[in-house]
Design a protein around this ligand. Sequence first.
Ligand SMILES: [Zn+2]
Length: 381
Amino acid sequence: MISKIYNWLNDHEMEILAELEEMVNTETPSDRKDLLDLFSISLAQKFSDLGAETKFILESKAGNHLKVEYGQGEKQALILCHFDTVFAAGTVAQRPFTYDADKKIARGPGVLDMKAGIISALWAIKAFEALEISPEVKVVLLFNSDEEVGSRSSRPYIEEEAKKSDVVFVLEPGIGPEGTYKLWRKGTGGFRVNITGKASHAGANPEEGISAIDELSYLIQKIHALNNPLTGTTLNVGVVGGGTRGNVVAQDAWAQVDLRVMTAQEGERVVREVLAIEPTGQAQIEITGGLSRPPMEITEAATALYEKATALAKELGYSYDQGGTGGGSDGNFTAALGITTLDGMGGVGHGAHSEEEYILTEHLTVRTAIIAEMIRQIGQK
Ligand SMILES: [Zn+2]
């Protein structure tokens, strides 16, 4: 059956690329509710044209999320896509979607992360309709507007749907131009550090001051000392600030810290250690934060799903490896609930979140066919 789906998709490759172009050129920065809402309205229309049920999850600050339901069955498959990108409005004016037909490369902001994934979700359903395939499974597709800023408003809906699902497919990009599927992801989180000292004249009466910046320098060392390549734990003081003028002992200083861990247990341990850090000098330290996305730990069930995906790829003359990443996704939430999750099923390319971002377009129909066939097979058991 996968060859039939794949051939049909290849027959429609130019339409697929045209629709991808339209989606990439419709900008969706995470902080622009107006643009996000326009995008989800047009996406909902595309799905309702296919006979799917669509429902907006209304948000006051974030963009509205879109829930799509397609098909019927005892089992439920949840497909996760986010439609926000990290690129500010106006990026498309500078570098719109381009397609190099010789090299089969498409570029543009968000093309890989993850408008290619949205295209795969849409065209998997289009293939079902066109080929009159009725998968005996309820397919729920959640398109959220805030993944790039931590999925704060969409997380409860993702978790609620995941709990009702037998399996979760995350159409985030695979890893690199090899399109490696993601079986594990580190848990991600962060801390905000505020340090309060006492200002004084740095020349006239330095002894009256307490330097928040001096304290920050110790704190950075204490945090970075918690890095451990053996456990995969990383902490990065990525942004710092403080002080007012060169001749003033700094009263205030602050830092933003990124945290990544492989297991939930390690996450708890490191968070406890960071929150317990004491000042070296007399300044006061206030640390807040913790894990925001739990780790997606590798499981036998997810490995079995990967094996299915790569076996299907082989039928089409492709092969994809399995791996993992330090980056988080909404798959972290669903995997942490114990729901079998296969991540990185979307576009194949490189350079997400950068100007280099591209996809290798020949994989678009391959990956879409794999997603469609895996959905179909869930209903067969
Ligand atoms: Zn993404």
